[in-house]
Design a binder for this molecule. Structure first.
Ligand code: NAP
Length: 489
């Protein structure tokens, strides 16, 4: 049977999405260079992004593009514009989610001839960002007209996949150290899940040094001493921020490639966006997408072509004759086309002082597909948080809720406002909003709450107050599956 990624001419078929703004210029440059290496690649060109939104398709990704990706399993993509509005989702995020590309690999390496405050320090690190979950699941609600909520969803499965990918990636490039960067000290259940998963999985990679770092310190250390980092694995939002920060260390977005890796599909794109102010001017730096193509070629097993392009880019930058406007200043820089020509003319040459790492294929991790990856021995519901919309102050709301719950098995343990305990009264200054978390637990403290008890409680509360949201309080294997509020004992 023919490999779905291989054409009749035994070339590897790649879906090419030129993209918006500067997209056609940078993807055109990458395509010309790949073709100049003679790599066995054939293109299946399709559209996504701005023009598709304009035609009225809110996903920004047409069916024929999705069908092509299903067939080729590999995408080289220019940046896609996201309309700033309420209806449309980012076509980039749609593509990443649709094909379960769970890990985003973003290498950052000092480049020759690109002066930065860090030049000469040998910055060479890779951020591996979880790519599907976290606040980027985009599950948001207005809880009251003035209070919005976004759900930060983190799964053991998502953490395990990206952590294993980070270690496998480290091995494929001969890297020695993986840091896990989280905010587990504050978000103990969500970010904490990433930290705990990292600590468990790292034991299976004794050849690689593993360390946890709190994300804010990681940002600080990245600016202070970036050369201490090798691979950093982190949750989606943290990764989004520190990877952009990291690319600024080596000369900016013009040099930042990335790969969205899934076990079925991989989507290769530069970190930068469509930079509309430069669109069509033939001045933009295409290096980020050229280095992205290098990652794609390695993914396809085209190691020779990948090394040739990486060498040619380093030679071009080392020579310093063809420098784009972001490096040389836009009044002096060469055109995108001239820079691309220079890289093509340098194919076959090796840089004098800038070696390229040896690469082995990444062994993609296989985490069991079953949805219930974590199976506890025991679980029970010990209470419920009822979120109530009310403009009453806590000293009025509290006694009212206590009265309403008097005939139920529940007692009101506390009320909090934006995470701070406000009832029973505490000696604190809290500027309350009209959104209260009202925590009810069983009066006798034993047994498990039933749904009918819970519904009865909510109906009683609803007779006098507007409730907006419920969360069951789970106890799993004897441990609370919920957090305490600030000020809660
Ligand atoms: P952007 O397009 O990345 O551009 C921001 C700035 O980064 C540019 O003005 C330019 O800086 C610099 N830059 C970007 N690409 C460069 C390159 N190849 N060479 C040299 N410099 C480069 O970010 P944005 O303006 O915030 O976003 C524009 C659109 O792109 C938005 O619609 C956004 O949603 C979308 N976007 C798409 C992706 C994606 O497709 N993956 C990613 C990010 C953003 P100077 O102004 O300093 O010269």
């Amino acid at each position: 049977m023919m490999n779905p990624n291989t054409t009749r001419s035994s070339k590897k078929l790649v879906t090419l999405i030129p993209g918006d703004g500067i997209g056609p210029e940078v993807s055109g440059a990458a395509r010309r260079i790949i073709e100049a290496t003679g790599a066995a690649i054939e293109w299946d060109e399709h559209e996504a992004g701005a023009n598709v939104f304009k035609r009225g398709l809110p996903s920004g990704v047409p069916a024929d593009t999705i069908a092509s990706i299903r067939k080729t399993r590999v995408v080289l993509k220019g940046p896609l514009e996201t309309p700033v509005g309420y209806g449309e989702k980012s076509a980039n995020v749609t593509l990443r989610k649709l094909f379960e590309t769970y890990g985003n690999i973003r290498p950052v390496r000092e480049m020759p001839g690109v002066p930065t405050p860090y030049s000469g320090r040998g910055v060479d690190l890779v951020v591996v960002r979880e790519n599907i979950e976290d606040l980027y699941a985009g599950i948001e609600y207005l809880q009251t007209p003035g209070v919005a909520e976004g759900l930060k969803l983190i799964s053991r499965k998502g953490c395990e996949k990206v952590v294993r990918l980070a270690f496998e990636f480290a091995r494929s490039e001969g890297r020695r150290r993986v840091h896990c960067a989280t905010k587990a000290n504050i978000m103990k259940l969500t970010e904490g899940l990433m930290k705990r998963t990292f600590e468990e999985v790292s034991k299976e990679y004794p050849d690689i040094e593993a360390a946890h770092i709190i994300i804010d310190n990681c940002a600080h250390q990245l600016v202070k001493k970036p050369e201490q980092f090798d691979v950093i694995v982190t949750t989606n939002m943290n990764g989004d921020i520190i990877s952009d920060l990291s690319s600024a260390l080596i000369g900016g977005l013009g040099f930042a490639p990335s790969a969205n890796i899934g076990n079925e599909v991989a989507i290769f794109e530069a970190v930068h966006g469509s930079a509309p102010k430069y669109a069509g001017k033939n001045v933009i730096n295409p290096t980020a997408l050229i280095l992205t193509s290098v990652m794609m070629l390695r993914h396809l097993g085209e190691f020779e072509a990948a090394d040739a392009i990486e060498h040619a880019v380093l030679v071009t930058l080392e020579d310093g004759k063809a420098r784009t406007g972001d490096v040389a200043g836009y009044e002096r820089g060469v055109s995108t086309t001239a820079y691309t020509d220079a890289v093509i003319s340098n194919l076959g040459r090796k840089p004098a002082r800038w070696p390229v790492r040896e690469h082995k294929p990444i062994l993609l991790p296989h985490v069991p597909e079953r949805p219930d990856l974590v199976v506890p021995i025991s679980r029970k519901v010990v209470g419920v948080d009822v979120f109530v919309e009310s403009s009453q102050n806590p000293d009025q709301l509290g006694p009212s809720l206590e009265k309403l719950a008097a005939a139920t098995p529940f007692k009101l343990k506390l009320i909090s406002n934006r995470g701070t305990k406000v009832y029973p009264p505490v000696d604190a200054i809290t500027d309350c909003v009209d959104h209260h978390r009202c925590r009810f637990i069983l009066k006798n403290g034993a047994g498990s709450v039933t749904d009918s008890q819970l519904i009865d409680l909510v109906q009683r509360i609803g007779s006098e107050h507007g409730w907006v949201h419920l969360e069951k309080l789970l106890e799993i294997d004897g441990n609370p599956g919920y957090t305490r509020d600030q000020g809660e004992d």
